[in-house]
Design a protein around this ligand. Structure first.
Ligand code: N01
Length: 555
């Protein structure tokens, strides 16, 4: 282990430079779950590190996503850190799927319990990260003018943190209140007595629509693509369940890494084709109504729902049938029914009372495919020959996923090459951890790792521990992914995605939601166990696919 410098402020003024440069072993960008645990691990390894975050507190996505109804779709006890048995025992999750407020409190508790805040700088936006080849170090600057210099830079910026506003002409003319679900204000928002519009029916829209409908005088939902959604079957956890969860933590923590998605769900029945129609229906019904899991357990009912269009079709049909049976107005039901892509090709949504919401007299659905937006003005939105007067508009229009948060920073590697430029044709990132030409820069849950296709907490922990071990092995040397390893891995990631049905829709996994973004499936769909095995083998065998150089050999 090395402690490469003291972490003190050092004066280092050159023409055009800031007054002070803070020297550290590691700079971490992002104070969400990835940044917090990375800081903790680096401290244990006696490295100096600082975390920089644009928010005013820890929590990352859970700091920003404060919209009504925001909650996790992975069971709370699984969507939590596994590195501290004491933490497991002292923290109590109160609901099966934790609401945003509880997850944020958990992140805050972790920050306090492990005394992390003293090394976190809030309200700072990282503007650039530039590799200084002569000195083999990263120079990280913030919008506020601070400069940090560190041998290693770790991006813990998250996959879903660069919010996207819709590309609708004239939307800027709207004069009422405007909100994005992923950048929700910290003050209370009261929709009582207001006419509210929601654009977008992905997970965020589907979670907030029932809540907003309960408050608003009228809610108009502007839907471009109908989505598959299943009941989350959330509930308050009983004392016996909490006790059982706490007793089972050691077992569960080990088990999640042996599951394909890093999530323990009721066991799959095997390939759907092995069962007759009645049995298939019974299985779907049990998972829909919560007798067997509820929520995303639906998609795990049979092994091949995400790999075989033939097996997927009855699952999609089952959900279509449910929509028809729940929604009273046949036209509304039809508009809410996804028709032209398989279930799970867009991330399956877990909801609480979503389809029922359309039976309320104060809710209107506008199918933008049938009646596109023709005009937006200060008072609302016109579709066809109907004008929807609005006091408030909620954008639930998602994110520039995977690469957006990284591309927001001017990241420059060897020869001054920018990451944005390198990724112009789509992201390539060896093991989802490092990019060729960008030495000593690690990405936690980066493109090419299971990330958004897995329970992200265990995936974060795996990456953090891999990076921590790598830094120990490096003893200050430079590490860089080779072009060849990066290419091979990108091809493997592409092939894994092609074996699924997830490439069969215009989804954010492919960047299809961002006009002009190259269509590259960015997450590793080969499953958590094979991914972690590969990363462990690479490290064990002397970091295959990486080049490690002594400092003197680098310049
Ligand atoms: O974003 P999305 P999200 N005009 O991209 C529509 C995670 N998450 O924030 O499908 C009209 O899924 C767009 O329409 P279309 C989770 O991984 C998790 O909801 O592109 N509509 C779509 O309906 C999730 O998958 C939870 O045709 C426009 C919607 O906006 C991911 O975050 C909760 C439009 C965007 O849906 C992203 O979810 C929340 C336009 N110009 C989020 N542009 C949990 O439950 C976009 N849309 C844990």
């Amino acid at each position: 282990m090395t402690n490469m410098n003291s972490g003190k402020l050092t004066l280092h003024k050159e023409a055009g430079q800031a007054d002070s440069v803070r020297e550290l072993d590691v700079v971490i960008v992002g104070a969400g779950f990835a940044g917090l645990y990375m800081l903790h691990r680096l401290r244990l390894s006696r490295r100096t590190a600082i975390v920089i975050d644009r928010g005013s507190d820890v929590g990352g996505t859970w700091y920003w996503n404060r919209y009504p109804g925001a909650r996790c779709d992975v069971e709370s006890y699984q969507y939590s850190y596994g590195f501290s048995p004491d933490l497991d025992q002292e923290w109590t999750w109160t609901e099966r799927f934790a609401p945003q407020t509880e997850i944020l409190s958990y992140a805050q508790h972790v920050a306090d319990r492990f005394d992390l805040r003293r090394d976190i700088l809030f309200d700072r936006t990282v503007e650039s990260a530039v590799f200084d080849e002569a000195d083999d170090a990263w120079v990280v600057t913030t919008h506020q003018g601070e400069v940090f210099r560190a041998r290693y830079c770790i991006m813990a910026t998250g996959n879903l943190s660069d919010v996207k506003l819709p590309d609708i002409d004239g939307i800027g003319n709207f004069a009422g209140e405007s909100y994005h679900t992923g950048a929700w204000p910290h003050h209370a928002v009261d929709f009582a007595g207001k006419r509210v519009g929601v654009i977008g029916t992905g997970s965020s829209g589907i979670q907030c629509i029932p809540e907003v409908a309960r408050q608003a005088e009228h809610l108009t939902v502007f839907q471009r693509t109908a989505n598959y959604s299943v009941p989350a079957c959330n509930r308050v956890l009983a004392d016996e369940e909490i006790a059982a969860i706490k007793a089972d933590y050691p077992n569960m923590r080990a088990l999640v890494h042996r599951t394909r998605t890093g999530t323990i769900l009721p066991r799959s029945r095997g390939p759907l084709g092995n069962f007759d129609t009645a049995e298939v229906e019974r299985e779907f019904e049990a998972r829909w109504d919560g007798k067997k899991g509820g929520g995303s357990s639906f998609i795990a009912a049979f092994d091949d729902l995400l790999t075989s269009l033939e097996s997927n079709a009855p699952a999609a049909e089952f959900v279509r049938g449910k929509i028809a049976s729940i929604v009273n107005d046949p036209q509304v039901a039809e508009d809410l029914t996804p028709q032209d892509y398989p279930l799970g090709a867009k991330r399956l949504v877990c909801d609480t009372g979503y389809f029922d919401t359309y039976n309320r007299p104060n809710v209107t659905l506008v199918n933008l495919r049938r009646t596109p937006i023709t005009r937006v003005d200060a008072d609302g939105i016109e579709t066809g020959d109907v004008f929807h007067s609005l006091d408030a508009l909620i954008y639930a229009t998602g994110y520039d996923a995977g690469t957006g948060a990284l591309n927001r920073i001017d990241i420059r590697g060897v020869g001054g090459r920018s990451l944005r430029d390198k990724w112009r044709e789509g992201p390539k990132c060896y093991l989802g951890l490092m990019v060729a030409g960008f030495p000593n820069l690690f990405i936690i849950t980066g493109p090419g790792s299971p990330s958004v296709l897995s329970n992200v907490l265990p995936s974060i922990e795996f990456h953090v521990e891999w990076i921590d071990r790598c830094l120990s092995d490096l003893e200050g040397r430079r590490i860089e992914a080779t072009e060849a390893a990066e290419e091979d891995w990108a091809e493997h990631v592409r092939q894994c995605a092609e074996q699924t049905i997830m490439t069969k829709a215009d989804n954010w996994y492919l960047g299809a939601n961002i006009p002009g973004k190259p269509r590259v499936f960015f997450a590793y769909a080969g499953g958590v166990p094979s991914y972690e095995k590969k990363c462990n083998e690479v490290a064990r065998d002397g970091y295959q696919g990486f080049r490690i150089l002594e400092k003197e050999a680098c310049a």
